[in-house]
Write a protein that binds this ligand. Structure first.
Ligand SMILES: *[C@@H]1O[C@H](CO)[C@@H](O)[C@H](O)[C@H]1NC(C)=O
Ligand SMILES: *[C@@H]1O[C@H](CO)[C@@H](O)[C@H](O)[C@H]1NC(C)=O
Ligand SMILES: *[C@@H]1O[C@H](CO)[C@@H](O)[C@H](O)[C@H]1NC(C)=O
Length: 338
């Protein structure tokens, strides 16, 4: 008894602050998504419901043009979607990648988790599954995505994500053939923040049950078939109700090589503070790709949270949203990149 009183006193003096349950936290200033998830928790819904509803809100709002339909057309002009949802109690995961013609990607991801024994479905087959489950097939193309695509064609298919190919990827469109002389395009230039702002969301309820989710339409002008980090468990997001949760955003092609969400959760399991865990996950990537664009959010089961990002000339501060019982409305938070 004495010990716990002392601990409580200390806890209130320490600048750890901001711990309060339940908690919703998501990448970027996607405020309506946070509010939607928060409302679900307030009305007694589960953390999975909260994450699904929050991410779905972004799919409908086409958050930043990088979530949902009508954004990020690939090299053939099509918008395809990636999403993931994870139950931190049971470690069940459902995900879809390269999903075509279905707007509600996070909903399909949840159906994969709850209506199949599988974890990840891809491409046209994922769409067939979705239609079988009652999701409506519709065109994901909009005038906006058509415009982005036609402008890209007019600029000789620049920028693109090809390298070491003929014709010179900085001069014209394909078909491409491998070339012996290695030649790099200036990837960092177009792998910039506007082309991929995934929503990644974590929800924790009063009892520490945790869920994580992501939804995105990937990178603009991606090579068709490209799958990013978002639907890859441990990369785009991870949740374990006995340790914590994390979700990443940014240059997924690079970030997925390091499973940053899994790493951050394991660091929290080993005792790291959420902010420190986030920073360490970012610096692991930075060691190999000093200029990569990316950020990560972390939360533990007592509602402590943090975020981190990699500092580059065009990206020095990362914004994210938080809702917990300390405030009625979602709070805009930010962190200086390191
Ligand atoms: C957020 O929701 C409000 C209220 O429904 C709406 O007016 C606003 O346009 C939404 N924001 C975005 C970015 O869609
Ligand atoms: C898209 O463009 C077509 C033709 O340019 C136009 O008729 C249509 O109204 C536009 N749709 C929207 C939603 O703006
Ligand atoms: C969550 O992180 C805070 C801040 O480091 C720490 O005080 C708390 O004990 C952590 N909670 C758990 C369950 O590890």
């Amino acid at each position: 008894m004495f010990t716990s009183i002392v601990l409580c006193t200390f806890a209130s003096l320490l600048p750890l602050g901001h711990a309060s349950l339940p908690l919703v936290i998501n990448t970027w200033p996607f405020k309506n998504a946070t509010a939607a998830a928060w409302r679900v928790l307030q009305s007694g819904g589960s953390v999975l419901d909260a994450v699904e509803r929050g991410c779905a809100r972004c799919e409908v709002e086409q958050c930043d043009g990088s979530v949902g339909y009508g954004g990020s057309p690939d090299e053939s002009g099509e918008t395809t979607l990636d999403a993931l949802i994870m139950n931190g109690d049971t470690m069940e995961v459902g995900a879809v990648a390269g999903l075509r013609r279905i707007k509600n990607a996070i909903g399909v991801a949840r159906a994969v988790m709850e209506r199949t024994d599988h974890t990840l479905l891809v491409g046209q087959s994922a769409s067939v599954f979705a239609e079988n489950m009652g999701f409506v097939a519709e065109d994901l193309t909009t005038n906006k995505s058509l415009n982005i695509f036609s402008q890209w064609l007019q600029s000789n298919c620049q920028p693109n994500y090809r390298k070491n190919v003929f014709p010179d990827p900085s001069a014209s469109c394909g078909p491409y053939e491998p070339r012996a002389t290695l030649k790099r395009t200036k990837r960092a230039q177009h792998a910039s923040r506007l082309s991929h702002d995934t929503i990644g969301m974590l929800a924790v309820d009063r009892d520490g049950h945790m869920a994580a989710g992501t939804s995105t339409n990937g990178m603009t002008h991606k090579v068709p078939g490209r799958v990013g980090d978002s639907p890859i468990v441990g990369a785009g997001a991870y949740a374990d109700s006995s340790a914590g949760g994390a979700a990443a955003t940014g240059d997924g092609d690079i970030m997925m090589r390091f499973l940053p969400s899994y790493l951050a959760v394991e660091l929290m399991r080993a005792g790291a503070d959420p902010s420190a865990a986030c920073k360490m996950a970012i610096s692991r990537i930075k060691r190999h790709y000093s200029e990569f664009f990316g950020a990560i959010i972390c939360a533990n089961t007592t509602g402590h949270y943090g975020a981190a990002c990699n500092k580059t000339p065009g990206f020095t501060r990362f914004h994210y949203m938080v809702s917990n019982s300390k405030s009625d409305a979602p709070l805009l938070k930010s962190v200086d990149c390191v």
